[in-house]
Design a protein around this ligand. Structure first.
Ligand code: WT7
Length: 671
């Protein structure tokens, strides 16, 4: 099997050092109907019975759930179809529905004044409320604008926008007319944006003049202009520009259109496209071990069901809740847990434009207090950063509205979990450590608020319909013993799993279902304890996770290779107390390279420019030579150990072409 288990073993060791593991019962308040709405699932017996049905009779379980949570234009007859082996997984085949109708219309028609979106702008005083009725009208206007520009069912539309309601309007407008949205995170560089826009063949890009974040302006339109400057490299005909800051950006004649001018002309009523359950809803590009980013394809019916079902059960959402997910809409967490999940259930969702520390480290807590947030969802990296800044920021706010607080994106260390539980949750909220991926569409492993006892650092138990197994990385054999780390795989298809990689189905099959035949391969290592609780140990492939951002070492290496002094580079992840992992790049230089003092900085800038600021290496190590096998392959395992302080446990290095390179690398890293 192709995957090294090095990363997860490092993570497992870190975990083992943690003090004894405490089991936290469900806080009594959540089960007291005088204080809280009765949880949808309030006993382990109920969870177990539902779980059992979901895996033994998935068609019945998910058929019922799909009829309960979604509105169908045409009912399905078949719930699940296909297999990993045949690569033809599909759900609700004959069914037809529209994701926008489910997320907007049906609530707007019944409850037009209910608040759909609370926009907490970059400045705390800048708050906008959008009702479901208003949202429907704006989505219809934008859908008409897109249609008038020739966008039809099945076309791709690229969206490169900041965290404003118009981004959600643009996404929903695409879904309404059956266009496939490809949102590109607004932290990506012009080059990365171009790669994605070109790959999906979009004719339309939607952006804003600028974005605002942490008191600063972000030049979204100018990045789009740069990305599109090579006209032969893409198929974009129009750029729709929303005026966020009014900074006066140049507009290209015949190509660029102002959002507000087009919206004014458009009618706020627009028919929606009846989509097959298996028609693609969106693409989202994500990094893998190798090669170009993959356009992960999610389809309409199964994805929407996963989004709605997990918000209902894992966040235990009830009709009057105010649900706040702090992720960026440009990542899958934003798609599923800011937009599709909460809106499909018809609750109020918070869209947060700023950062956790702007203007002060009380920002999250003030937001919860101000909007009376009931569910709050963020990443371990943010929790750790805020924990470091001191308790007084939290203590000053009234967080009594909270019932469920969630964590996602990387393993959460017990110290951060405990702080989140005690300081933010005050010991009276459910803490849900939710494990999933872009490819899984929605959460697949997590506690449920009203029933699952929790352990700091464990994502606990599988969600309905998901059968996790641990496999031996080398043989693929099932690991039955407890506390042994293996690769995490899923035995069966579930509704919201990705269906393909855009225009590359064989790459999809090779990556996810052929590595361990008959299983979906997550790329993560994990172990299971004596209670059946799952502990995620981190990636086992060449993917690194920095502050919950997923990065491919190969992509960073190829960015470094574009610098004319670089001969070869190897990028590895080092444990980092704040960001989970940090990027270390080992670079060897060309013989006549100009070694100046500023070279490190130049290399960092190259990566920022080619991928985006979030991919910047934390350390650059210029080395004479990399540790290599006799056939010339760089042995990243050794570099990984060196940066993780395990240079005394390198194992047998005698098979290297030149073992003598190691001491100098060690002394350079640990000078
Ligand atoms: C990778 C997926 C969809 C979530 C946002 C990131 C890591 C995610 C957890 C968790 C341990 C986690 C995994 C996974 N991850 N959640 N609760 N505990 N690790 O989505 O960019 O597709 O990254 O994030 O390594 O494979 P993504």
């Amino acid at each position: 099997m192709p995957h090294s288990t090095e990363n997860n073993i490092v993570a497992a060791k870190i975990q083992e050092k943690a003090t004894e593991i405490v089991t936290h019962p469900v806080p009594g308040r959540l089960l007291d109907s005088k204080q809280c709405p009765t949880p949808h699932i309030n006993s382990m017996e109920q969870y177990r019975a539902m779980y059992q049905q979901s895996v033994e009779e998935p068609d019945k379980f998910f058929g019922n759930l799909a009829r309960e949570l979604l509105s169908w234009d045409k009912p399905f007859e078949t719930a699940s179809h296909g297999s990993f082996e045949d690569g033809d997984v599909a759900w609700f085949l004959e069914g037809e529905l529209n994701a926008c109708y489910n997320a907007v219309d049906r609530h707007a028609l019944k409850n037009p004044d209910k608040i759909a979106i609370i926009h907490e702008g970059d400045e705390p005083a800048d708050v906008r409320h959008l009702s479901y009725g208003e949202l429907l009208r704006d989505v219809c206007r934008m859908a008409n604008v897109l249609r008038s520009l020739g966008v039809r069912k099945g076309d791709n539309v690229a969206i490169y926008m900041p965290m404003i309601p118009e981004t959600m309007i643009a996404i929903l407008a695409c879904a309404r007319i059956g266009a496939i949205h490809s949102v590109v995170f607004a932290g990506f560089s012009a080059e990365s944006l171009l790669d994605r826009v070109a790959d999906c063949g979009a004719h339309i890009v939607i952006t804003s003049d600028e974005g605002r974040r942490g008191g600063r302006n972000i030049a979204t339109k100018s990045i789009v202009d740069n990305a599109l400057s090579k006209e032969e490299a893409h198929q974009v005909e129009h750029v729709i520009v929303y005026q966020r800051t009014g900074s006066g950006v140049p507009m290209m004649e015949n190509r660029d259109l102002w959002w507000h001018e087009e919206m004014e002309k458009a009618r706020p009523v627009c028919s929606y496209e009846k989509m097959s359950a298996e028609d693609p809803l969106f693409l989202l590009y994500t990094s893998g071990s190798t090669g170009a980013p993959k356009g992960i394809v999610h389809t309409t019916g199964g994805y929407l069901l996963g989004a709605a079902a997990t918000v209902k059960y894992i966040f235990d959402v009830h009709p009057d809740d105010v649900y706040a997910c702090m992720a960026d809409i440009g990542w899958v967490t934003g798609h599923t847990y800011i937009l599709y999940g909460p809106l499909t259930l018809g609750v109020t969702t918070v869209l947060f434009e700023s950062t956790p520390t702007y203007p002060t480290p009380a920002r999250f807590w003030e937001l919860i207090d101000k909007h009376k947030v009931t569910q709050f969802y963020t990443a371990p990296t943010a929790i750790r950063a805020l924990q470091r800044l001191g308790d007084n920021w939290v203590d000053e706010c009234d967080l009594s509205s909270l019932r469920v607080i969630g964590s996602v994106g990387e393993p959460i260390n017990p110290e951060a979990w405990n702080w989140y539980n005690e300081k933010v949750g005050k010991g009276r909220c459910a803490v849900v450590d939710t494990y999933w991926q872009t490819e899984t569409g929605s959460i697949i492993i997590s506690p449920l608020p009203g029933c699952t006892p929790t352990k700091a650092g464990s994502a606990t138990l599988p969600f309905f319909g998901v059968q996790p197994v641990l496999l031996d990385p080398a043989t693929g054999a099932k690991i039955e013993s407890t506390d042994e780390t293996g690769v995490l795989a899923i035995k069966n298809p579930w509704p919201s799993m990705a269906r393909s990689i855009y225009q590359n189905h064989s790459r999809f099959l090779d990556t996810y279902v052929r590595a361990y035949p008959g299983h979906y391969f997550t790329g993560d290592g994990a172990s299971v304890d004596k209670d059946g609780y799952i502990w995620i140990r981190g990636r086992v492939d060449d993917v690194i996770n920095v502050s919950g951002h997923r990065l491919s070492t190969a992509e960073i290496e190829s960015a470094l290779a574009s610098h004319n002094s670089v001969s070869e580079s190897a990028v590895v992840g080092a444990h980092d107390d704040l960001t989970g992992q940090a990027i270390h790049a080992f670079v060897s230089l060309k013989p006549h390279a100009n070694v100046s003092d500023g070279l490190d900085q130049e290399l960092v800038l190259t990566v920022r420019k080619i991928i985006g600021p979030f991919a910047a290496p934390k350390r650059i190590h210029i080395v004479r030579e990399h540790p290599k096998t006799r056939s010339g392959k760089i042995v990243r395992r050794i570099l990984r150990k060196i940066v993780n302080g395990e240079h005394n446990q390198l194992g047998d290095t005698s098979t290297l072409a030149d073992p003598s390179v190691i001491p100098s690398i060690v002394s350079q890293v640990h000078q």
